[in-house]
Design a binder for this molecule. Structure first.
Ligand code: 3UK
Length: 546
């Protein structure tokens, strides 16, 4: 066994048992890793050593703009604070609490450099959820934006384990002398020697965004982070060092950590972090920062389309934007078409998962097919299988199973056995594969609607509804029905200027019947002001079903 650098062995002690782990594959020649690897050295220090220290690395509107060398200095100073003042030893968990901003990136690197385990948390979480994370992850130290200190303080009051909280962006006054920046100043200019971690030492816990309730902690190694950088980014995204990345997912979500920090930094590119990244903010920031690569959710592209056209954001129209990645939920063909019209850009759809760290099935611009997610990303393999794990015939709906250089490791959780079976990772998605090998998303395995014996994919009905001019957003679920078992029920958010009345219900039902097989039409339509979403932008269908 490889010698771990972890003095605190909590993570290693709570890995899934060997027989419960997925199989890992390192077939690509570039996926051969040395025994010792600290991913911060690869992503940050390497650029400074190789003479790229003066390149722009991370910036924020109205906030700082740091080069690689500057980020390294900040991260090194924070690493010294963690070790010398907070008593961190390798393997300790450090909770990070902040909106997306450069200081959060510096804190993440500090933890990883020091051999700690970074535990990202979504800014919207409250004391109760933060407490669960502290408890499950045995978290002892936190670095927290002062603006978000209240809920964490409340969590800490109930969790004596969390003994050290250091705040940043405290502002002036007495409290500031205790703040992270004042502490960093005491270590300014002292390089930090990264802890010589094993490639299979855990460097982060990512909590699943949980559309169903109880969060699970996934564990990722230093090696996993770099492996992810070597699959989707070079083979599908193909961004370049001059690209400027931007987007909306929180860095506590691996979609955001990859797309907005780890991927750009792996190639020496730069990233723009937004504290607020709703569609209007993101549009504005793309223009202001001349961003070229965007990572956000399908709904966000839909909401930005009109504005993107007006502002001429696409390269076709003289703007800078050239690559757009959508993930987190299925990309409706209607949204792909709308964005292409508005910007000239073919969206790169990709399915990823917290358990897998990042995207494992995708298609680049040249290979995109409406309605399909894509094919297995080089480095990964994917199959559609039945209940027993056998391949189903082409064109048949089944369960998606994947393997690659990354995979699911829940921190001591019996649900490991639900996600990993026979060495394969089961994402919980129903897919079909066509004769060309393309994977078509159908639904979560638990939200296929079965109505009077018909299998109806919610996504297909949503895609039709989204093509109606009155529909801003929609969600389709199965509602219990005595006669049919389930009926198709649509929750619809109308665009302004349309009235939520019986005539509209009829119009939308007729519209669906006229576009797809009539048995798929929503027998129930309910109008809403907004749809329930997680902080990662994922629709909470279970809340609509209740
Ligand atoms: C769904 C998609 C259809 C799917 C994620 C990119 O979403 C991410 O991670 P989560 O753990 O959720 C995983 C689940 O979300 N999903 C994600 N992308 C797609 N469904 N088409 C897609 N393109 O149900 C999957 O099992 O929150 C996405 C990168 C990193 C991530 N963590």
């Amino acid at each position: 066994m490889i010698r771990s650098a972890h003095v605190d062995t909590f993570a290693r002690d709570h890995l899934p048992a060997p027989e419960a782990r997925p199989e890992f594959h390192f077939d690509l020649p570039e996926l051969q890793f040395p025994e010792r690897l600290n991913c911060a050295s690869e992503l940050l220090d390497r650029h400074v050593i190789e003479g790229r220290g003066s390149r722009r690395c991370v910036s924020a509107p109205g906030g700082p703009s740091w080069t690689y060398a500057e980020l390294q200095q900040k991260a090194d100073a924070i690493a010294h604070v963690l070790v010398a003042e907070c008593g961190l030893v390798p393997g300790n968990r450090v909770l990070l609490r902040s909106a997306n901003k450069p200081m959060l990136v510096a804190c993440w690197f500090a933890v990883v450099k020091a051999g700690g385990i970074a535990v990202g948390t979504m800014p919207m979480l409250r004391a109760k959820e933060l407490g669960q994370i502290v408890e499950r992850g045995h978290v002892t130290i936190a670095l927290c934006d002062a603006a978000l200190g209240g809920e964490l303080a409340a969590a800490a009051a109930a969790q004596p384990r969390l003994a050290r909280i250091v705040h940043f962006a405290v502002g002036h006054g007495a409290a500031a002398t205790d703040g992270l920046e004042a502490r960093m100043a005491r270590h300014a200019g002292q390089p930090f020697a990264n802890v010589d971690t094993a490639a299979d030492d855990t460097c982060l816990f990512a909590f699943t965004s949980g559309t169903t309730g109880q969060p699970k902690a996934t564990m990722h190694f230093h090696r996993d982070v770099i492996a992810s950088c070597l699959c989707f980014p070079p083979h599908v995204l193909r961004a370049a060092p001059d690209d400027v990345f931007i987007g909306s997912p929180p860095l506590a979500f691996t979609f955001g950590l990859g797309g907005l920090t780890v991927f750009p930094m792996h190639i020496g590119a730069s990233t723009v972090l937004l504290e607020k990244a709703g569609p209007p903010d993101l549009l504005e920031a793309i223009a202001a920062h001349r961003a070229t690569v965007c990572f956000t959710a399908p709904t966000s592209y839909r909401a930005m389309a009109a504005g993107a056209r007006e502002r001429k954001l696409g390269m076709r129209d003289g703007g800078t934007l050239r690559k757009c990645v959508a993930a987190g939920e299925a990309l409706p063909a209607a949204t792909r078409a709308l964005w292409k019209e508005a910007t000239g850009i073919e969206i790169i759809d990709g399915i990823g998962a917290t358990e897998m760290f990042h995207i494992f099935i995708a298609a680049d611009e040249a290979h995109a097919r409406p309605g399909a997610t894509g094919v297995a990303v080089p480095g990964y393999r994917a199959r559609v299988v039945d209940e027993d794990g056998n391949d189903v015939p082409v064109g048949t709906i089944g369960r998606l199973a994947v393997q690659g250089p990354t995979g699911c490791r829940y921190l001591s959780d019996p649900r490991q056995a639900d996600y990993v079976k026979g060495g394969w990772n089961y994402t919980g998605d129903a897919y079909l594969q066509d004769a060309d090998g393309y994977f078509f998303y159908q639904s979560r395995t638990d939200d296929m609607i079965i109505s009077a014996g018909y299998n109806i994919a919610a996504l297909e009905v949503e895609d039709v509804l989204l093509r109606h001019e009155a529909v801003a957003e929609c969600a389709v679920v199965g509602a219990a029905d005595e006669e049919r078992g389930q009926i198709v029920k649509a929750f619809v958010v109308l665009r302004s200027g349309h009235s939520a009345d019986e005539a509209m219900v009829k119009e939308l039902q007729d519209f669906v019947k006229a576009t797809v097989a009539p048995y798929k039409y929503p027998r129930a339509v309910e109008f809403r002001e907004a749809l329930p979403r997680t902080e990662t932008g994922k629709l909470q269908r279970f809340r609509l079903r209740q």
